[in-house]
Structures are given as C-alpha cells and as structure tokens.
Design a protein around this ligand. Structure first.
Ligand code: FEO
Length: 399
C-alpha cells in the first residue's frame, strides 16, 4: 500500500497547505491540509474536494491513481469553500453520474455555485448507497460545522469520513496519527475544537451519543483537515466528549491588556493570589498572544479573569476584539472576574463584566478598579481578589 492509502483501494488525494497562517481569523502557524479521498470500486467515488487554490494538487493526486474522468460519484460532505472550492471545475471535468449531498448541502451548493443542472442525489441520515463491494452510510451532522455538514461511513472498511469534526490545522507529509507526535496532534485538535466547534458543544454531545447508539464499527476516522485517526481514535473521541461536556481543569487564566503597565501589575498580583490558592494560573497578555491561542487555553480553564485599562470610555481594542471573538464561541461552565486601571472615567471593568454576563459566565466579583497606578495596598487587594477567585475554583472541584 502507498503511504497515502487508508486501506486497499481507498486513497487520500487531498492537498497540503504549508503556508496558510490565517483561517478566517484563526492563526494556523502549522498550516493545514484539505483532505479528499478517492475510493476505487465499481462506482469510483471522490469524497470532498479542496480549496480552489489547491485544485492542481488534488488533480495530480487523483491522476496518479486514475483518470479523473473515470470518477462516477462525488460526495460533498461539507460545502465550506476549503472543501468545495474546486467543485465546479471537478464537476465540469468529471461529469459525474451523481453528486451526493445532504438536503442542506444541496441548498448551500446552489447558493454558492448556482448550478441547478448538476446531478444531485440528496441523502439523509441513515441513507445508504452501494459503490459495488462497499456501502456508504450517510449521517447528517447539522452545524458541525455548517447546516449542510454530514459524515460518510464506509461500512465494510469501518472508515468514517468525518468532515470538519476531529480535524486539526496541521500541515504534514504524514497522513496518519501514529506517524506524527501525538501530543502535537492533540494540541492542534484542541485548538481546532476551541476555535471552530466550541459553540456547538450540545450538538456534539448528541452526535457522540447517536454514533454510539448506531454501533458503527469505526476502525478509522478520516477528517477533512490534518492527520487520519487510525490508532488513537479512542483518545480523540474521549477528548471531544470531555470538551463538549464543558469539563475544565483546576486552572485559571488572567487575560489582560495594559496601557502603561498598571493593569499589567494588577494582572500579576491577581495571578499571585490565584497561585496562593493552589490554582494553576497562566498570565495571558493580549499584546503577544493571538486570540485563537487564548481560546484554546479558555477551553481547559475553569476561571477566566479579564483585565483592561479604560481607553476613551471603553476597552482597550485588543480586549474588545477578544471579547467579541469569545462571545461567538460561547464557552460555558466558567467562573469570571475583572479588573483594570483608569484615569478619570473607568468604564472598562463594568464593560467586561457585562460581556461576561452576556456569555453566561458566572461573574463572582464586582471587579477591581485602580486609579492610574496601583500602590502596594491596591496590589494586595488584587492578590486578595485572586485568592477569593482561587477558592471559588477549588470549591467548584470539591462539590
Ligand atoms: Fe474545513 Fe467548515 O470547513
């Protein structure tokens, strides 16, 4: 078998994007892959395509195996452009007998490409299609990541093409989880979950339960990004279960931005108090941490403590941007608190409290404000606040 073969006759034919560093606002320092899969059977079938910029690589990979015009079916598991950008040219070239997609997938394809003449075959959860020796079972996974998303399960081989779920933005020449550093794959999986799927946690819980009920004999999970899970499936399934149950660790984050170091001094004092209370704490300066890396840390933290100076009656712009980003991802089951320095009006603390409350984060302090520069007495108050937050974190684990 070649290094890109998942099983005999089932080939990875996707593309590796080594250079991408921003994925709609998510920092992708390690690049990504757009995975597509070709199954050679009586009906030759292509599962997903790739971003438009990488269609040449997809076609080269297909041509190394078979003339693309011999492809009979295209399955569109997800219509976001990183997986469908090449679809119009592929349909034009292949002239497939059928294009399989979910009901919402057909709508999304029409809204993207405006081609009602394509040979759509709309499938719902539980529908099956025979490729010859193999059977594909379709499982709709609405909102994971878009309304159109679905899984395709190759029953005889036990291979689940899982679209965005269980993926990682990780460029690699290796295709499988047991060929790369597992800790790096898990880290990138957590980042992917925190920045793409976090808000859909209740749906993920339902999906995991319904997949367990279906009793599928899953031997391999092949997402549309990153490496394929052929050895560590149980680890990624357990991680998704933990993340979607909003379980966190006895950890706190002190996330802040500062104008003239006063809020920064407060952040260090709050962090010292949290550490005094026995809570592992990370200081996260928004001037040097990208919002998507901060969200990865939020996923595992019980307490989110925010600090911002007041600027022009509002928040420092990095904090405002971070809060906008975090609000959309809807973290749950967190304790929150706020602090910040000010010169004359001091709205930052109440604005951060309001944002946390809107996210249904349990704000347990009124917020600590300091005019201009904190003295030792104020810094001790910050430490005391940190100790109280730390106690609340510990109490939440003792229940
Ligand atoms: Fe990888 Fe939702 O697209």
């Amino acid at each position: 078998m070649s290094k890109n073969e998942l099983a005999k006759g089932i080939h990875w034919v996707g593309a590796v994007d080594w250079d991408i560093r921003d994925f709609h606002g998510y920092s992708t320092y390690k690049g990504t892959t757009y995975n597509a899969f070709l199954v050679i059977d009586e009906k030759v079938t292509l599962f997903d395509t790739v971003k438009h910029s990488h269609k040449g690589e997809l076609l080269r990979n297909i041509r190394a195996i078979i003339d693309p015009e011999k492809i009979d079916y295209i399955v569109v598991n997800h219509v976001e452009m990183d997986h469908s950008g090449s679809l119009p040219e592929l349909v034009e070239l292949i002239k497939p007998e059928k294009v399989f997609c979910s009901p919402m997938g057909q709508k999304a394809i029409l809204d993207h490409f405006h081609r009602p003449d394509w040979p759509f075959e709309v499938v719902k959860s539980g529908d099956e299609v025979s490729l010859g020796k193999r059977t594909v079972q379709f499982i709709e996974t609405r909102m994971l990541h878009w309304p159109d998303s679905m899984f395709s399960f190759l029953k005889e081989d036990g291979i689940l093409f899982s679209s965005d779920a269980f993926g990682q933005h990780l460029a690699s020449s290796e295709r499988f989880d047991d060929e790369v550093d597992l800790s790096e794959v898990m880290k990138e999986s957590a980042k992917y979950y925190a920045n793409i799927l976090y808000l859909f946690a209740p749906l993920i819980q339902k999906l995991l339960a319904s997949v367990a009920e279906m009793n599928l004999n899953i031997k391999m999970i092949a997402p549309d990004h990153g490496v394929i899970w052929r050895t560590h499936q149980s680890e990624i399934l357990a991680a998704y279960d933990k993340w979607s149950r909003a379980e966190s660790d006895k950890k706190a984050l002190v996330i802040y931005d500062s104008m003239w170091h006063s809020t920064e001094e407060m952040a260090h004092a709050v962090s010292d108090g949290l550490l005094d209370a026995g809570v592992s704490t990370n200081l996260v300066n928004l001037q040097v941490h990208h919002r998507s890396d901060v969200m990865t840390q939020v996923l595992g933290a019980k307490a989110v403590v925010l600090g911002s100076s007041t600027l022009n009656n509002g928040l420092l712009p990095r904090m405002a941007g971070f809060l906008m980003y975090m609000r959309g991802l809807k973290p749950t089951n967190k304790i929150g608190a706020t602090f910040g320095s000010f010169g004359w009006s001091g709205e930052a603390v109440s604005l951060m409290n309001k944002a946390l409350e809107e996210m249904k984060i349990n704000v347990i302090e009124d917020g600590m404000k300091v005019k201009y520069v904190p003295d030792e007495e104020k810094l001790e108050e910050c430490r005391e606040m940190g100790r109280r937050i730390g106690k609340a974190v510990c109490d939440s684990f003792d229940k």
